[in-house]
Design a binder for this molecule. Structure first.
Ligand SMILES: Cc1cc2nc3c(=O)[nH]c(=O)nc-3n(C[C@H](O)[C@H](O)[C@H](O)COP(=O)(O)OP(=O)(O)OC[C@H]3O[C@@H](n4cnc5c(N)ncnc54)[C@H](O)[C@@H]3O)c2cc1C
Ligand SMILES: NC(=O)c1ccc[n+]([C@@H]2O[C@H](COP(=O)([O-])OP(=O)(O)OC[C@H]3O[C@@H](n4cnc5c(N)ncnc54)[C@H](OP(=O)(O)O)[C@@H]3O)[C@@H](O)[C@H]2O)c1
Length: 316
């Protein structure tokens, strides 16, 4: 018996599911992009540091050079959605700090995942095929507890991120600057290579304008990090080493103590190192993450119902 293939009505599906438009696409490099999205109904109210979802239909094309996808028929008309922290340009064209809800658009900072160890990456290969004017789904209700709620005006704020984990910190930074935050703000971002620092010029500009702000980018895979005969060899410096060597405290320029500091950790879950509480014992994962190192010197990570001074968001 002949079989009939039902071809999905792609325009109809887009019309049914999409509620936002891409308004800006700044390609940092082939695998890193800053996207701005305008929701049809306007930007929902949210707090700096929160995330929302982005979604595209499985029917959309994928960027080249990514794992092949073998799609089950049931998925062909469905959306794939993932969580994304809402980032920020930090400063406007007049060097004024940008507050959340002021921009009229949502900014996202996304790395392309070409290969997945556990599953075929579904969304980023499709997000990277978008252009200005493309339509997509944006979750209408940003959420999350990774915000500035616990920070008081004189507290010192330390942002530690890997890769695109700096996105929520950019939104929080704009907000702190706009509020006239009086404590110090130290922002450390660990990336593989210098080209992965998508907001570097803006951070340098903020440093030049706000004396209480310091930006410390760390690379781990440049020749000077990995080639012992390189004339400027410094070795691989990850966030953990920055803490244990005392360089983090030095960069803060103030006592790095739990009474006056809030630490925000975002990105690679192995860097964060979320512990479990089992049988009255705190069990830390291996390899050693930042939470373990900070709790050894008196900081406390947030726990359900118990706010600490280490706040964290893991991306996978
Ligand atoms: C609360 C929250 C906020 C997030 N915010 C961002 C963001 O602002 N920017 C962003 O790029 N991603 C962010 N992510 C990750 C995002 O949700 C997707 O997982 C990611 O974009 C990959 O989607 P995918 O469908 O292509 O692959 P997936 O199948 O979702 O992921 C495949 C694998 O890629 C790796 N991976 C996923 N995300 C990253 C990343 N950001 N950096 C390095 N490796 C990664 C992991 O090994 C993961 O198992 C966030 C995740 C959460 C939970
Ligand atoms: N296993 C995988 O398949 C795998 C793993 C990671 C990333 N990737 C892919 O590579 C692309 C780029 O990712 P990315 O560079 O943005 O993110 P990333 O791999 O998380 O790296 C960002 C920074 O985090 C550092 N880092 C990694 N593990 C850490 C840990 N345990 N503690 C402290 N720091 C740590 C990295 O250092 P190092 O240079 O020392 O790693 C790097 O400086 C993505 O497509 C991602 O999917 C694949």
């Amino acid at each position: 018996m002949p079989t009939t293939t039902i071809v999905p009505d792609i325009n109809g599906l887009r019309h049914e599911h999409y509620n936002a438009t891409v308004t800006l696409r700044r390609q940092v490099h082939d695998e890193l992009v800053i996207l701005r999205v305008r929701p049809d109904g306007g930007v929902p109210t949210y707090e700096a540091g929160q995330y929302t979802t982005l979604g595209l239909g499985y029917w959309e094309p994928r960027a080249s050079g990514c794992d092949d996808e073998h799609l089950a028929e049931a998925l062909e008309t469905r959306l794939v959605q993932r969580a994304y922290s809402i980032s920020s340009p930090i400063l406007d064209e007049h060097d004024r700090p940008v507050r959340v809800n002021e921009l009229g658009e949502l900014e996202f900072y996304v790395v392309l995942i070409r290969h997945g160890e556990v599953r075929t990456p579904a969304l980023t290969p499709r997000l990277f095929a978008l252009e200005v004017g493309s339509r997509l789904f944006a979750g209408p209700h940003p959420k999350g507890h990774y915000t500035l709620a616990p920070v008081k005006p004189d507290d010192h704020v330390i942002f530690l991120a890997t890769g695109t984990g700096e996105a929520p910190h950019n939104a929080m930074l704009g907000e702190l600057l706009a509020r006239g935050h009086r404590g110090r703000i130290l922002n450390v971002v660990s990336v593989r290579n210098e080209c992965d620092l998508g907001y570097l010029p803006t951070h340098r500009r903020v440093e030049s304008l706000w004396p209480n702000y310091r930006y410390v980018p760390l690379t781990t895979r440049e020749p000077r990090n990995v080639d012992p005969v390189h004339p400027q060899f410094v070795g691989k410096l990850r966030l953990q080493e920055l803490i244990t060597s005392g360089q983090l405290a030095e960069a803060l320029g103030r006592p790095f103590d739990p009474q006056s500091c809030h630490v925000f950790l975002c990105g690679n879950p192995a860097m964060v190192g979320i512990p479990k509480d089992e049988g009255g014992q705190r069990i830390y994962p291996q390899p050693t993450g930042v939470i373990e190192l900070l709790e050894r010197i008196g900081f406390q990570a947030d726990r359900p119902g118990q706010a600490g001074n280490i706040h964290f968001e893991k991306y996978w």
